[in-house]
Design a protein around this ligand. Sequence first.
Ligand code: COA
Length: 306
Amino acid sequence: MGARIIGVGQAVPDRVVTNADFEAYLDTSDTWITERTGIRERRFGGTTSSLAIEAGRRAIADAGLTPGDIDFLVLSTTTPDQTVPATSAEVSHQLGTRGGAMDLNAACAGYVYALVVARGMIASGAHRVLVIGSDTLSRITDQNDRSTAVLFADGAGAVVMERADEDDLLGWDLGVDGAARPILYCDHGGYMYMEGREVFKRAVRVMVESSETAMKQAGVNADDIALLVPHQANLRIIQAANERLGISLDRTAVVLDRYGNTSSGSIPLALADAVAQGRLHPGDHVLFTGFGAGMTWASAVWRWAR
Ligand SMILES: CC(C)(COP(=O)(O)OP(=O)(O)OC[C@H]1O[C@@H](n2cnc3c(N)ncnc32)[C@H](O)[C@@H]1OP(=O)(O)O)[C@@H](O)C(=O)NCCC(=O)NCCS
């Protein structure tokens, strides 16, 4: 018994915020933002549930299913609409999915955590799990703080995972180091605080180590990876990880130039984009890897089924 991914979907708000929009009121420039981060524009707007619903609906349609075919929902988010109830309750209600629904928060590594948890639900008897990542980071970012405002944005992505004879989850690694909490956090009612350089250094290290662990468990190496789908925080972080892993940029999904850092939304957004561009073929090995506040990290090697 195993699991395979049979549908993907994504959703972003309509409002485009360009680097020039920040230039107009902050001490920053398009050149600085592009060269230091790779981000050119991002989307602001919507709620975590509204983006999750749209991405989830598209993934269900892409799988050729209806919401009633889903018997469990996992929503990875670090920006729930309310403290109580879980945002997944509203998402399940609006979509009309059956069975249980829960939120999962492992910050920007959350989507890979959610994929592994969903696979565990299938092992426990679920048949089809909708796995959504949705965040609206613009709501918890001080738009007058140039060091964070240009990075964080809003977006969502989703996959439908289905029970199968063969298992497409070939290897995974999840981790956390709570001692790193002070370098990246947001208090209730507050704004994102980040020690950028420290996060950068640790991000590269944990992504590489975690990816290597997942690949080892899967019995594959970097040459076997058809597509790396990393968390979209900074193009320089992705390039540094690429170099150390030996996976070239042309085998890497990058959407941060258009969407910025959408936390839980970033990996499934990048996956949906790669699928839409025809970059994945049946049997391909996909390596997902992410890191986030906590500090958390997570990697998974999947065989692409479609
Ligand atoms: C935030 C980040 C882009 C900053 O890039 P950096 O090259 O490390 O730059 P530094 O933080 O060393 O700052 C260099 C200078 O640029 C300034 N700066 C910061 N943001 C700026 C902006 N938007 N525009 C212009 N200058 C800016 C800093 O104030 C600093 O000025 P100083 O030297 O006068 O003090 C980078 O550290 C980063 O991406 N870190 C990881 C962030 C991340 O991944 N977060 C999400 C985790 S899920």
